[in-house]
Design a protein around this ligand. Structure first.
Ligand code: NI
Ligand code: MN
Length: 225
């Protein structure tokens, strides 16, 4: 399985069998994205919530690729109202797709579409694919239930915001990583805009001091999981 980082909270997973899954594909309007929406492929698009920097270019990508959206019920209904295919899920629920299991978790944040439609609760998502568990927290503040999330599903890779202002910042993110105790933590949601400037190497230094390995992915970098 491969993981590509497109900056902000946008990641692409390519499974061992070649299924392509995009998470929060904010690309064309994202000043730090190394790719354009027209250059990516997606069989599935997972949305943690409906904010413009997460829904992003989902619709234009789905127009071209016929992607299936996977998200919480209210956002899935919004996608369907725009003519797209969606699999409705909700927080606490998991489902076994052809590529692996998807389970949604809580996230402390908001969710509204760019055209101001209510989109349900924001979420995090745990993907169990090719023998690995990947936890993309979505946009969230620190919450103690992360400890329970890590206990119920041993996490291999945790994708965690560090940019502050809209989400947790570095200090809280270090605590979040300690609560979940993943094998590797990957920082996200920073340096896209001036208001979320943060130094991922400061996060790396602090979290590794607590015994958790951190991989700072470059924009456009691909790693093998
Ligand atoms: Ni958001
Ligand atoms: Mn965001």
């Amino acid at each position: 399985m491969k993981l590509n980082y497109y900056s902000h909270s946008a990641f692409q997973i390519t499974t061992n069998s070649g299924v392509k899954i995009l998470i929060d594909p904010f690309l064309d309007g994202n000043p730090t994205s190394p790719v354009k929406a027209a250059d990516v492929e997606a069989d599935y698009i997972i949305l943690t919530h409906a904010h413009g920097d997460h829904l992003g270019d989902g619709f234009s990508i789905a127009d071209r690729c016929g992607s299936l959206f996977i998200c919480v019920n209210e956002l899935a209904e919004y996608c369907k109202s725009k003519g797209y295919k969606a699999h409705n899920m909700h927080i606490g629920g998991g489902y076994n797709f052809e590529f692996g299991r998807v389970k949604f978790t809580i996230a402390h944040h908001g969710s509204m579409t760019p055209d101001n439609t209510y989109a349900g609760e924001p979420a995090g998502v745990i993907l169990s694919i090719d023998g690995k568990n990947i936890y993309h927290t979505g946009d969230t503040g620190l919450f103690y239930d992360m400890k329970l999330i890590g206990e119920m599903t041993p996490i291999d890779y945790m994708l965690l915001p560090i940019g502050d202002n809209f989400t947790m910042g570095i200090t809280d993110a270090v605590k979040a990583a300690q609560l979940v105790s993943p094998k590797v933590v990957i920082p996200m949601h920073y340096n896209t805009f001036p208001v979320i400037e943060a130094d991922p190497n400061v996060f790396k230094e602090k979290v590794e001091r607590e015994g958790i390995k951190c991989e700072v992915m470059k924009y456009g970098e691909e790693i093998d999981l």
